[in-house]
Ligand binder design. Structure first.
Ligand code: MRU
Length: 367
């Protein structure tokens, strides 16, 4: 995407081939600055403190982090240690596990001397595949959203509501949920985005910043305004990203997504989820088993004595999702829908991913 007229990606390899350069998202929207990550420790720390964030970007950053780890120790034990460190950075986005296991599958059969270069090249391929997947989601989503033109009330302008940031900052480029918006805007279709603030980390400010930088009209709203805005007919469609979609179509995304889906359902507004195949967890049907990140109380409270619960994500059941938009096309948020659309990817993932042991005994709500 363009920032101040300069073509930017969220993560690039440095010219010396010894590090990656990231946009430090903890400084946005106030400052646009890059940060050099030279080793696995710096990469793991950047993911944990959310200098890089958003499911697709977390995955690619971790793949590069693993390569940097292998440059220092390419032994089998080093590989295991590096994956253990990186996977502990954030628990919810399945892209992290997918990326690390993909790199492991490429490098494990190789002699140690070749592991760093192969891991680095694999991470680079993943970055390009992410861009291509986001562009495909943009194309599919744009067709879908344009087909909603008829019921538009706002002088022909398409009004989209989104939550969190699933734009280019959350991927390598283009983004997932915002990709169709950029496609439509660039094609001259009048579009306006309601941007939900996304307490407590305010990722909505990132969305506002990137939409503004690209010239897409938007309005920032507090999270609790979404219900009444949906009810009043000022939204034609909701579109959000995801950190993990179960194989039967339940969608884990930033906390607050579920409330928007419920409000959209009541208002009769379609609720779409942009889901690259790397965000689909083929090993999981029971959404109660998704590890939900619990974040620090300091993000919420002003008083050190106040009890706080701060879950980072929630799960929207598939029946509240009008459709999933993947790089392969649009499908219902069901097991059949996903399986019909991405059979090859499914096979690949099933080979790659070993089922995760249950981390929660919570009753399954939407099996
Ligand atoms: O905690 P974050 O900012 O990493 O959460 C990001 C989201 O919830 C996004 O909606 C999701 O990762 C999809 S990004 C394309």
């Amino acid at each position: 995407m363009n920032v101040n007229g300069v073509r930017e990606r969220t993560l690039t390899e440095t010219p010396d081939g010894r590090a990656v350069s990231i946009v430090d998202q903890t400084l946005l929207p106030d400052r646009f600055e890059h940060l050099r990550l030279e080793d696995i420790a710096a990469t793991a720390s950047a993911i944990s403190r959310m200098s890089v964030r958003g499911a697709p970007l977390i995955g690619i950053a971790a793949a590069y982090g693993l390569a940097l780890g292998l440059r220092d120790d390419a032994s089998d034990a080093g590989l295991d240690r590096a994956i253990k460190l990186l996977i502990s950075t954030r628990p919810t986005a399945v892209n992290l596990r997918w990326a690390l296991e993909s790199v492991r599958a490429e490098v494990a059969p190789l002699p140690e001397s070749q592991r760093f270069s192969e891991a680095w090249a694999t991470a680079g391929r993943m970055a390009e595949e992410d861009v291509a997947a986001c562009q495909a989601i943009g194309r599919h989503g744009a067709v879908l959203l344009e087909s909603l033109q008829q019921p538009r009330r706002d002088g022909g302008r398409l009004n989209i509501l989104t939550h969190c940031n699933a734009g280019w900052l959350a991927a390598i480029d283009v983004g997932t949920a915002l990709a169709p918006v950029y496609f439509l805007h660039d094609a001259g279709v009048p579009v306006h985005v309601w941007v939900s603030e996304t307490r407590p980390r305010n990722q909505g400010l990132l969305t506002a910043w990137e939409l503004g930088a690209h010239g897409v009209p938007f309005t920032l709203i507090v999270d609790n305004a979404a219900g009444s805005i949906l009810q009043s007919g000022r939204v034609d469609a909701c579109i959000v990203g995801t950190d993990r979609v179960t194989r039967n179509g339940h969608v884990c995304n930033k906390i607050g997504t579920l409330l928007k889906a419920l409000a959209a359902d009541d208002a009769g507004v379609p609720f779409y989820v942009a889901a690259p195949s790397a965000s689909i967890d083929w090993t999981l049907s029971d959404s109660a088993l998704i590890p939900i990140e619990e974040r620090s109380a300091e993000e919420v409270r002003g008083n050190a004595n106040t009890p706080v619960l701060n879950p980072g994500f929630d799960v929207t059941p598939g029946h509240l999702v009008t459709a999933l938009i993947t790089e392969y096309g649009v499908c219902p948020a069901t097991e059949e829908g996903l399986a019909s659309l991405v059979p090859e990817a499914r096979l690949k993932e099933e080979k790659l991913l070993t089922p995760v042991p249950p981390e929660s005994t919570a009753a399954s709500r939407w099996k």
